[in-house]
Design a binder for this molecule. Structure first.
Ligand SMILES: Nc1nc2c(ncn2[C@@H]2O[C@H](COP(=O)(O)OP(=O)(O)OP(=O)(O)O)[C@@H](O)[C@H]2O)c(=O)[nH]1
Length: 634
């Protein structure tokens, strides 16, 4: 069935096979509503903008599509374009409205109704409205809007029976205040009410698609209407929203709740900074120390290293026949660098799995409690200087746990440009905890001053690289959307479910990639490729004042960063050499698994540029430090 947003579309047009879109502002509970209606879990987060991909599900005889949260139907950014497209295609909309934010959310509702989109309003978060002393006269709201309004508490499944029942009655008022503006459009234009409304609001994709007489796939000249018209229509709609809110809502309590007071403390730089540092410290302690060091150490070494690897080795040796052709197979499966059944499994199960689970657990808690967006607001200004916004704080912290993991979290930092910058910075100068552990051990014997020197160099490189990328990459980074979700007690069920789902999805995508890479590197190793690389690296190792053996360290670094740092433990080096060597291995290329992830999350060109860039920066900075300290490799 075609979209039916023309004037006069009524309930009878919504029948079996109709497509329903779930539309609402960010963080109003759409994902929970979707889960309730479709009986299917989608990622629920107390963080605006977590629904980036859309999900389609069957709901009774309808098809139901989840959409990214938007404040209005327009096409200024990626989320808006996705939602706009879905709304234009849909037969009806379930508009989720946050009862504690009527004044904000009803703009979208009225816009949908102006467009003639058959709508049912799910007035969600009624529990929070009640707690905040917000009294809404639902019948009056229904009368004012002219469409069904159903109060819901999505997390408790309240109101859904009613909602399901009233969806077939989705409708839109026959006429709209916006119709007066349609006169601005060419007389011969053949467009639906939805299209006309968007056109008078200056919708660019539609304006570009207009040809004489109709809306076409492409062609025609953009800007059909005066540029100022949008503001006029928006202003008029906002005043309609205000009068609806004034007539249906009464606020009986005005003092701040505890959650609001905590929130204020968190975003005030004076009190927020120590809270943020403590939170970051806690995350680091949990992911970087407790899990990445202790648990992973136990699992990787004491369990898998001591029991699993010997067992699999003897099993494979027992199964494979004793013949020369078996040798390469045995090497691919069992070699000590990246054997498919040995080190690769040891890494995936012993390190990556616990890290992934720990990470998702921590992030889910931070998201659902509302701490995460407040951290983003606090760190926003500093990160702006390097072309990022506050949302990038998470990948940076996570990177200190595991860079591979952090690269996935760059999904949440906003535009493609910011994702590229944060990925590049992560790959370049954020040491992962496994590497940091070994590095700390090595530096501890040199003294505190070297430790600060090491951190100082990394910060300078991060700053310079960030500013460089910000200036050279085309476009501009997006500002942080300032709207803060409310602070809530996380729901354990949701945290566990989300962690499980995210970890499962991650592993399902990552395991084949890692296995393939391990096989390819092992094959290269078998034919002597890694030794050849080591010999070829000699000019570079002397450039940074390191002995020839440092080539071996770099080859290990291509595979895993902590291997590289660990490779330096039994080399005879001066203090300055240890320092320079550690800076070089930190800035050196991301480990092979991070590279696989960069390839997957970005594209081949960015991955190659980042890889080559790391060589240049590592040896450039290493060369400067070597010259400064006068270190010479033997
Ligand atoms: N108290 C309360 N919390 C709710 C209700 N509905 C949803 N939530 C919580 O609100 C937060 C946001 O819910 P989501 O379903 O992720 O919101 P969304 O609209 O899909 O958000 P985006 O996808 O980011 O636009 C989560 O922490 C939910 O647990 C409700 O009726 N009452």
């Amino acid at each position: 069935m075609e979209g039916c947003h023309d004037a006069g579309c009524d309930a009878s047009e919504i029948d079996a096979d109709s497509t329903l879109a779930l539309v609402g502002c960010p963080n109003v509970g759409k994902s929970v509503v979707f889960g309730e209606l479709a009986e299917q879990y989608v990622d629920v987060s107390n963080y605006p903008g977590t629904t980036v991909d859309t999900t389609l599900a069957e709901f009774g005889e309808y098809k139901l599509t989840d959409t990214p949260g938007v404040y209005g139907i327009s096409a200024f950014n990626e989320e808006e374009r996705v939602t706009r497209e879905i709304v234009l295609e849909a037969d009806a909309v379930v508009n989720v409205v946050d009862a504690t934010h009527l004044d904000r959310d009803l703009f979208l509702t009225l816009q949908l109704l102006d467009m003639g989109v058959p709508t049912v309003v799910a007035l969600n978060m009624m529990d929070e409205a009640e707690a905040d002393g917000i009294d809404i006269d639902v019948d009056a709201l229904e009368d004012a809007l002219g469409v069904p309004v159903v109060p819901t508490v999505a997390i408790d499944g309240e109101g859904f029976e009613d909602l399901r029942e009233r969806i077939p009655a989705a409708t839109a008022p026959e006429s709209t205040a916006v119709e007066d503006y349609y006169d601005e459009l060419p007389d011969e234009l053949d467009a639906t009410r939805a299209e006309k409304t968007l056109l008078v609001e200056g919708d660019e994709p539609l304006a570009r698609a207009v040809d004489v007489g109709g809306v076409m796939a492409d062609g025609g000249s953009p800007a059909l209407v005066e540029p100022g018209l949008r503001e006029e229509i928006y202003g008029e709609r906002r005043s309609r929203v205000q009068s609806v809110v004034d007539s249906v809502q009464e606020i009986t309590r005005t003092d701040d709740s505890i959650a609001e007071r905590v929130s204020d403390l968190m975003i005030n730089p004076l009190t927020g900074t120590p809270i943020a540092l403590a939170t970051l410290g806690l995350i680091y302690y949990f992911i970087g120390d407790l899990v990445a060091q202790r648990l992973v150490d136990k699992l990787e070494v004491a369990v898998l290293g001591a029991h699993y690897i010997p067992a699999v080795e003897s099993f494979v040796a027992g199964v494979l026949p004793d013949a020369t052709w078996v040798e390469p197979i045995e090497f691919l499966l069992l070699n000590d660098n990246l054997g498919l059944l040995t080190v690769t499994v040891q890494y995936l199960v012993g390190a990556l799995l616990p890290l992934v689970v720990a990470f998702y657990l921590a992030i889910s808690l931070l998201e659902d409690s509302g701490v995460l967006p407040r951290l983003a607001v606090l760190t926003d200004r500093g990160l702006n200087r390097v072309g990022l916004n506050g949302r990038a704080i998470v990948p940076m912290i996570v990177g200190v746990g595991c860079v591979t993991m952090a690269i996935i979290t760059t999904r949440m930092v906003g535009s493609k440009r910011e994702r590229t910058i944060s990925t590049a910075l992560l790959g370049l100068a954020v040491p992962c905890s496994a590497q940091l552990g070994v590095i700390m051990g090595l530096i501890a014997s040199l003294g505190m001053i070297w430790w600060f020197g090491y951190l100082g160099v990394l910060l300078v490189v991060l700053g310079v690289a960030g500013v460089f990328l910000d200036r050279t990459l085309p476009g501009q980074s997006e500002p942080l959307v300032a709207e803060l979700p409310r602070m809530r007690a996380p729901r354990p069920g949701n945290i566990l479910r989300k962690t499980y789902n995210r970890a499962k999805m991650f592993l399902r995508e990552a395991i084949p990639l890692f296995a393939g890479t391990a096989l390819a590197i092992s094959a290269l190793d078998y034919v002597g490729g890694l030794d050849a690389i080591k010999a070829g690296l000699r000019p570079l190792t002397s450039l940074v004042g390191m002995p020839a053996d440092f080539g071996q360290v770099l080859v290990l670094g291509l595979i895993r960063r902590d291997f590289a740092a660990a490779g330096m433990t039994d080399m005879a080096l001066s203090s300055a050499q240890v320092f320079v060597g550690l800076v070089v291995v930190t800035l050196f290329v991301p480990c092979i698994l991070s590279m696989v992830m960069i390839l997957k999350e970005r594209d081949a060109k960015s991955a190659l540029l980042m890889w080559v860039g790391s060589w240049v920066v590592a040896f450039g900075v290493g060369g400067i430090l070597a010259a400064t300290f006068g270190v010479v490799g033997l």
